[in-house]
Write a protein that binds this ligand. Sequence first.
Ligand SMILES: [Zn+2]
Ligand SMILES: [Zn+2]
Length: 322
Amino acid sequence: MLDVISHWWWSAVDRLSTHAVAPALDFAHLGNRIGEPEDIAFTLLIGLLQIVIIACVFRPLETLAPAESWQDRKLTRVDLRFALLLVGLGPLLAFFVLSPFAQAFGSAAATVGLPSEGLLHFIPRIAEHPYLAFGLYYVANDLAYYWMHRAQHAIPWWWALHNMHHSQRQVNCWTNARVNWLDVVIESCLLATVGLIMGVDAGQFAFLVLLTQLVQNLAHTNTRLGFGRIYDRIFVDPRFHRLHHMVTDPSRPRLHDCNYGQVLSMWDNLFGTALYGEPVRATGVGDPAVDADNDHGAIAMQWFALRRFWNAFTTRAGWKPQ
Ligand SMILES: [Zn+2]
Ligand SMILES: [Zn+2]
């Protein structure tokens, strides 16, 4: 079964590369300047697959079993635009950020004597169990994400970027893509570092990104569906992440400082940040300056978040963990 999917996938990458990406690069006289056509096709296809799954599976859930009923879906449209923009930005991120970062990391690792093949290779016979290796990497990646997400809430300049994601009052199946692009660069480099230290190849890393993105897309979906009282202690479900997006009020200003997990909720249970059982509450932020994001289009929203970031980044208070 996996062989069939793999064959289908790589022939789709090949066709997209030969019949669309390579001719488009030639037409724009770009050659290989922004990457190999196969690599671009691979990243584009990962992004498109994600869009198709969200549109065909997660979006209908919002109609069938909504957590919140909305008069209209006006505020969700900008998140859909972000999701489509990210499909196009994916190859640029891979070529201009992740490839140079991996090369720089490789040279730095060689200087300090880190093995280029990664830590996983120290586990005896791990090469014979690729699924186990992938699982170990997945868990390490998720733990790193948990602590990174806590830092995004605790460090003021990072919160100034991350709060663009939280300013959405109608958290929906596209909201995972509502992120500041500078934050995407920082997140990608940090999580790629975990992959490089562990020793995961680029293909596996891309597949892991797709899987985690899909879980996050489901987690943002406006649906009351959950995984049940046992599985929701291990995995993040839409109810769990919706509590992370609760709008704060003056009497409970730290309400959204809970449920930081990306795929595994067990980190929140382990480190004491899990919250369950809170009734469904509106989503968004209490700060009117951040809530004003809802009045902006995609590009203006990126700009205002960058301005908030810069104001915090250039002050001493912006570095003091909250
Ligand atoms: Zn958050
Ligand atoms: Zn979120």
